[in-house]
Unconditional design. Sequence first.
Length: 139
Amino acid sequence: MGSTIVLGYDGSACANAALTAAVESAKAHGDGIVVAFGAGAHAVGEDSDQRNLAHTMGRDWAEEAISAIRAQGVEDARAVVVDARPAEALLQVARERNARMIVVGTHGEHPLTGAVLGSVPTSSCTSPECPCWSCPSGR
């Protein structure tokens, strides 16, 4: 019996590359996949309509990812929408599930750009808690 892979997914091309990588790894190691989406507040004074929209988007993208994962032969696939910023959500889910790794997509920006502007791969892949695989869209 395998472990768990946490997949960050937002419907982008690089997220789809990460999904493919997560599926390949899950098949090779007998892992399950948990699709995690961080729908936490980013703006000061965010209203409930914005929060509801973020959660709805997260659920929609998670369902899309789960369908694609199962279509590629991994049945052990679940989704969670977490009320935290994306990188924090991935790390939280990885901790809770004792994940073997986190898999995220990257647009390939320079690490300094990600550090200054805030990048999910930069933020989640620098944590010592869990290994992280950052997949570019052209993988």
